[in-house]
Design a protein around this ligand. Structure first.
Ligand code: NAP
Ligand code: ZN
Ligand code: ZN
Length: 349
């Protein structure tokens, strides 16, 4: 008979407060649950937005972390998908209604009732959810994916958010041979977008604030790398792209970017700025350009992405950190000082 466990975790006690070492209780394993010993957990810019209460409706204390890899330690009696000892991952969601139109087609992230997020959310049991900056996590097997043997658990962790968040729109908007894709911002999401778009066969351009990371961008698979601080960039690349993935966490001059799209081109916003943004629509109107947004990806698509990465040798570039470095890592992430994802070694918790 499984019992709840108390495990070490890092939590923000209140909005904007530094994270502190603490403990969190994990529920007893239910019929369909798996208990996972966390091995590695990535630091996503969304962790930062939420700890700093940038999006509204945050629940504190908050244990962030939705780029989780680890090893299955215990399974409930009805579990069929995973076994003790399996290498697994958990991303941004841990549950959904499973019966709505979106859930039934594998778009659990767009569940009519709203999915249960891995943290800063409330589970079906009415309890707040706590994320992966912790020694263990208990998750329903349907929201746990397999990490292929070819992927090390540390460089696989960021795939659970940054990987799927970029893979899903690249697939939906048909990035592939003959298509020109621009990635705005070479951060955690951006460096995955470049690798994945290149692996899918698209021609890739990075649009970064400066040329500081140019060599990295080209090594990751970009065909071209331009600075958005250089006004000439917007003239030279006018009408150049079929798809523009915006990974920037702050508002941009959107009209300038629309001008880079060819007829029927799409700008897909992945970054989620804390402030409302202003958009002049005239620049979309001219060439039937569109502006959209995309949220992570479904569970089956997350597994597909992991298998694709394993087959194509794609993984995150990480800076491993110890748990006690988390606050320093947040400051550096805010300052754009990371290549390209901080990943906490959960053994240091
Ligand atoms: P990140 O590692 O901080 O990368 C963001 C990049 O944007 C930076 O590396 C920088 O690239 C560029 N940038 C930052 N501030 C900028 C500014 N003021 N103007 C222009 N460019 C700027 O963050 P991330 O983890 O990739 O996350 C990016 C955003 O996506 C966040 O808002 C996050 O919440 C959101 N997100 C959304 C989803 C989703 O489902 N839609 C999932 C995960 C994350 P350069 O130095 O190259 O310019
Ligand atoms: Zn994320
Ligand atoms: Zn649903």
């Amino acid at each position: 008979m499984s019992t709840p466990t108390t495990v070490t975790a890092y939590a923000a006690p209140a909005a904007k407060a530094p994270l502190e070492r603490t403990t969190v209780e994990r529920r007893a394993v239910r019929a369909h649950d798996v208990r996972i010993t966390v091995a590695h957990v990535g630091i996503c810019h969304s962790d930062l937005h939420q700890v700093r209460a940038g999006w509204g409706s945050e629940i504190f204390p908050m244990v962030p972390g939705h780029e989780i890899t680890g090893i299955v330690r215990e399974v409930g009696p009805a579990v069929t998908r995973h076994a003790v000892g399996d290498r697994v991952g958990v991303g941004c969601m841990v549950d959904s209604c499973r019966v709505c139109e979106n859930c039934l087609v594998g778009l659990e992230q767009y569940c009519d009732e709203g999915p249960v997020w891995t943290y800063n959310s409330v589970g079906k049991d009415g309890q707040p959810t706590y994320g992966g900056y912790a020694q263990e996590i208990v998750v329903d097997e349907a929201f746990v994916v397999r990490v292929p043997d070819a992927l090390a658990l540390d460089v696989a962790a960021p795939l659970l958010c940054a990987g799927i968040t970029t893979y899903s729109p690249l697939r939906h908007w048909n990035a592939g041979p003959g298509r020109r894709v621009a990635v705005v911002g070479l951060g955690g999401l951006g460096h995955m977008a470049v690798q994945l778009a290149h692996a899918l066969g698209a021609e890739v351009t990075v649009l970064s604030q400066s040329l500081r990371k140019r060599e990295d961008g080209l090594r990751l698979g970009a065909d071209d790398y331009r600075a958005t601080s250089d006004p000439a960039t917007f003239g030279e690349l006018a009408g150049a792209f079929d798809l523009l993935l915006n990974t920037v966490s702050a508002p941009l001059d959107y009209a300038a970017y629309f001008g880079l799209l060819r007829t029927d081109g799409a700008m897909v916003n992945l970054g989620l700025p804390e402030e409302p943004v202003q958009i002049g629509l005239q620049s979309l109107n001219g060439l039937r350009r569109s502006m959209s947004s995309s949220g992570i990806g479904g569970i089956a698509e997350t597994q597909e992405m992991l298998d694709f990465c394993a087959a194509r040798g794609v993984a995150a570039e990480i800076e491993p950190i110890r748990a006690e470095q988390v606050n320093e890592a947040y400051d550096r992430l805010l300052a754009g000082d990371v290549r390209y994802r901080f990943v906490i070694d959960a053994a240091t918790l």
